[in-house]
Design a protein around this ligand. Structure first.
Ligand code: HEC
Ligand code: HEC
Length: 298
């Protein structure tokens, strides 16, 4: 834009000078003087155009990388994600209808699986992780084997374009996650007490099967019925390692009734809860593994 203004200013001054040159002719100056002046101006214009061209090339080079990534991201999005997430990123793709949970609406900027605190946008690395690992137990596939690292990175950049929040809003620092403490009977007992005290069972059920008394009434922020996670179902959606569950638990699951527990619980209580909810799956023993439900993801 700046270049265009500079070019217009130059052209305007050229025209003015040219007019002045003709005016001078009328006042008796020789034709050769005018021609010499015009030649000089022409040369200056050429020099200036060369400079503008060079400037334009520099600008083009500096943005070439991000343009390439966006184009690549768009191509991947259209061919692999659009069927569910929709052309406009609103989660209303042609394949979205029967799905529960519904594909994410990218226009809101709300993401369930983040390393950043409640209310914050996610980091690129959070989105990259979800796209790579998928969301087990839902329709969201893992793209680790189907797309290269660069392709996954490009599609993440494209997905971010659907929400204007990524342009204006600062992203909070990710929460700190210490090394997971070892499992001890005391810690498991503390987890069990915290589970009862904090009424996790109201939604998740006393035995963590997702069948608590409030479970049938739960809806997400779009008003769609949502299930309280069944801890005995196998894989955690936000990742199954102790650190993953701790992160999900501490940053909250945005857009769902799952409350945020960073404030009310101490770090020790949160680690204890992680170990306790994970133990609910293991409680099924070999019998549970052999006679699993056909819907179980493992
Ligand atoms: C078969 C349907 C389907 C396809 C194809 C699909 N997704 Fe998803 N995606 C989903 C569903 C369903 C969810 C919601 C999961 C949930 O809420 O637990 C989701 C969630 C997400 C999320 C949000 C995670 C969060 O933290 O909230 C991202 C990011 C995402 N998908 C990216 C992609 C990208 C990128 C592609 C293409 C490479 C893609 N998805 C292809 C169904 C799909
Ligand atoms: C008001 C109901 C409600 C209460 C109370 C509640 N949760 Fe949840 N929780 C949910 C819902 C709904 C989800 C599913 C979110 C999703 O998958 O989209 C969930 C998801 C989770 C997850 C994520 C599992 C995954 O897929 O990665 C964990 C962990 C969890 N809850 C633990 C707890 C613990 C521990 C407590 C008590 C301290 C608790 N919740 C209290 C409703 C609740």
């Amino acid at each position: 834009m700046g270049n265009r203004i500079r070019v217009s200013v130059l052209l305007a001054s050229l025209l003015a000078l040219r007019g002045a040159a003709f005016a001078q002719t009328q006042e008796g100056e020789t034709k050769t003087d005018v021609q010499a002046e015009l030649q000089r101006l022409r040369e200056e214009l050429q020099k200036y155009s060369a400079e503008v061209k060079q400037l334009q090339e520099t600008v083009a080079k500096s943005t070439a990388k991000s343009d390439d990534v966006t184009t690549q991201g768009r191509v991947i999005y259209r061919s692999t994600c659009e069927a569910c997430h929709g052309r406009l990123g609103d989660g209303k793709g042609p394949g979205s209808r029967p799905l529960n949970p519904q594909p994410r609406d990218f226009t809101t900027g709300n993401y369930k699986w983040r390393s950043t605190p409640t209310g914050s946008l996610p980091l690129d690395s959070d989105l990259f992780r979800t796209v790579s690992e998928g969301v087990p137990g839902t329709a969201m596939p893992s793209w680790k084997k189907l797309l290269t690292r660069e392709e996954r990175y490009a599609v993440v950049q494209y997905v971010k374009l659907f929400s204007p929040r990524f342009k204006d809003e600062p992203i909070d620092e990710p929460i700190a996650i210490a090394d997971p403490p070892p499992r001890t009977p005391e810690r498991l007992a503390l987890g069990r007490t915290a589970y009862e005290k904090n009424k996790c069972g109201d939604c998740h059920g006393t035995l963590g099967k997702g069948d608590g008394p409030s479970a049938p009434t739960l809806k997400d922020d779009k008003g769609v019925k949502i299930e309280a996670f069944d801890f005995t179902s196998g894989v955690f959606r936000g990742g199954s390692s102790d650190a993953d569950v701790y992160r999900t638990f501490t940053t909250g699951v945005a857009g769902t009734p799952m409350p945020q527990y960073e404030d009310p619980l101490t770090e020790e209580q949160r680690w204890a809860l992680v170990q306790y909810v994970k133990s609910l799956l293991e409680d099924r023993g070999w019998f549970g593994y052999v006679f699993r439900k056909p819907t179980d993801p493992w």
